[in-house]
Design a protein around this ligand. Structure first.
Ligand SMILES: [Zn+2]
Ligand SMILES: [Zn+2]
Length: 282
């Protein structure tokens, strides 16, 4: 079975490499039925990484023009979304929700100001390490608790359509062996956060981007969290967190196999008509 869609796609308007047209061309070549762009929303700090300085408006403008152009020809059905960080002010979130087809709610940043620098859970390791030492006296679990607290409170407060890379904080656990993500202490924090987040109503993304870029061996979230989400009755979609058109469908079909093995009977993918989601039986 092929998934033939992706709701998590970046472009040079933020930190992606391939232009909108290049990604669409690749989606067509792969036979995608739908495709969603999710540039990093203008966030008022760490400007290089997000669509600041008018880039968010230019992104929206180009996508709307492309969608008009595509609607007169062949697919895929285009969706104009945003990936919005938990530290983006709530008022901006409400404006973006009204303007865009969907919001992918993610937590990257732990603070926007540590000695004048933003600190991201998946950002520069040396900055993260100094932050953990100085703010949490070297206690990685305390930093992880802060990550999940921020994530859950954004999910429950802003109710994004998609729950972005739920356990992104695992990145450095695997890449640099900094804390043990299989330890009871870590798992308790992560499971409890997933349970608290459930009422937000969002579709949980199964993100293969860390595997595509070579710093993770498995999806975000982990198999264990995905199994727990299924038991809660949650819904999932599969994404490649694409930053490069050549990796647009990286790992998507393998993720479907994993989901089936975990007992999932269906996944959500971006729709081909007016509805944001359609259900794909596994
Ligand atoms: Zn992200
Ligand atoms: Zn992303």
């Amino acid at each position: 079975m092929k998934f033939l869609s992706n709701a998590h796609t970046h472009t040079p308007y933020c930190d992606g490499k391939s232009s909108l047209r290049e990604v669409i061309r690749e989606a067509r070549r792969l036979g995608f039925v739908s495709l969603g762009f999710s540039g990093h929303a203008d966030q008022g700090f760490d400007f290089d990484y997000s669509m600041s300085d008018g880039r968010q408006a230019a992104y929206e403008h180009e996508l709307r023009a492309l969608r008009r152009e595509l609607n007169t020809g062949e697919g895929p059905r285009l969706w104009i979304g945003l990936e919005q960080d938990a530290l983006v002010p709530g008022a901006r979130m409400m404006q973006n929700k009204a303007r865009f087809d969907y919001i992918l709610g993610s937590t990257h940043y732990l603070t926007r100001d540590f000695h004048g620098q933003a600190v991201a859970a998946d950002g520069r390791f040396d900055t993260l390490q100094s932050y953990v030492w100085e703010v949490f006296s070297g206690d990685w679990m305390a930093m992880i608790q802060r990550y999940y607290d921020l994530h859950v409170s954004m999910l429950l407060g802003d109710k994004p359509d998609i729950i972005g890379h739920f356990d992104l904080v695992r990145k450095w656990a695997e890449a640099a062996g900094l804390f043990d993500a299989s330890s009871m202490a870590y798992r308790q924090i992560a499971f409890s956060a997933l349970e608290k987040a459930f009422p937000c109503g969002g579709v949980l993304e199964v993100n293969t981007g860390g595997m595509a870029r070579g710093y993770l061996k498995e999806t975000l979230p982990s198999k264990e969290l995905l199994a727990a989400w299924r038991e809660m009755g949650g819904q999932v979609t599969v994404t490649s967190d694409c930053h490069n058109a050549a990796l647009l469908d990286f790992g998507l079909d393998e993720a479907l196999v994993l989901l089936r093995a975990l007992g999932y009977r269906s996944v959500q993918r971006l729709g081909t008509g007016d509805e944001l989601w359609e259900t794909l039986e596994l």
